[in-house]
Design a binder for this molecule. Structure first.
Ligand code: AR6
Length: 168
């Protein structure tokens, strides 16, 4: 059975097989968690990202983790809230689903996620966490290849919200 862990922290410090990055379509870096991941991984990460040709919203692409404790980074692109033609929920669910499928394909055991789209991309946190809950639960009900899915929140209020929705 896959364990779900909810914690507060800086995802760049997580000792897991894969961390997920909330990237943009260029995959060439940015602010927020994306900037933090690139800074912690070092310039080789950007070099590898340049070879990927970008990424569509809801899709996911994998790279090595370089100087991160994590062996890999899965880069996914969340929807910009209000710019998804009403498909935001589906696109955000796709980010989690496709990242989990990529993790499974690479035979890893532990994956950490940030709260995709809830920063610069403006996705309301209360709506986003419900999508995370449903998508992650659906995945682990059908697939037990992962040992742990870790949801890493950056603030006390986000941590509280996740704990409420997932049940403590
Ligand atoms: N560890 C964990 N979570 C973090 C960290 C960290 N080190 N830093 C920020 N967060 P955002 P988005 C949280 O804006 O909304 C970038 O410029 C943050 O508090 O990073 O998907 C990309 O290049 C928030 O809860 O991502 C794109 O252009 C969450 O991570 C754009 O931002 C996501 O916030 C993507 O926007």
């Amino acid at each position: 059975m896959t364990k779900i862990t909810i914690k507060k922290g800086d995802i760049t410090k997580e000792e897991v097989d894969v961390i997920v990055n909330a990237a943009n379509k260029s995959l060439l870096g940015g602010g927020g968690v994306d900037g933090a991941i690139h800074r912690a991984a070092g310039p080789e990460l950007l070099e590898e990202c340049r070879t990927l040709g970008g990424c569509e919203t809801g899709e996911a692409k994998i790279t090595k983790g370089y100087r991160l404790p994590a062996k890999y980074v899965i880069h996914t692109v969340g929807p910009m809230y209000g710019r998804g033609k009403g498909r935001e929920a589906e696109l955000l669910a796709n980010c989690y689903k496709n990242s989990l499928l990529s993790a499974k394909k690479h035979k890893v055991k532990t994956v950490a996620f940030p709260a995709i789209s809830t920063g610069v991309y403006g996705y309301p946190k209360e709506e986003a966490v419900k999508i995370v809950f449903k998508t992650v639960k659906d995945f682990i009900s059908k697939d037990n290849s992962l040992d742990e899915i870790r949801l890493v929140l950056f603030s006390d209020s986000d941590l509280r919200l996740y704990n409420e929705v997932f049940g403590e």
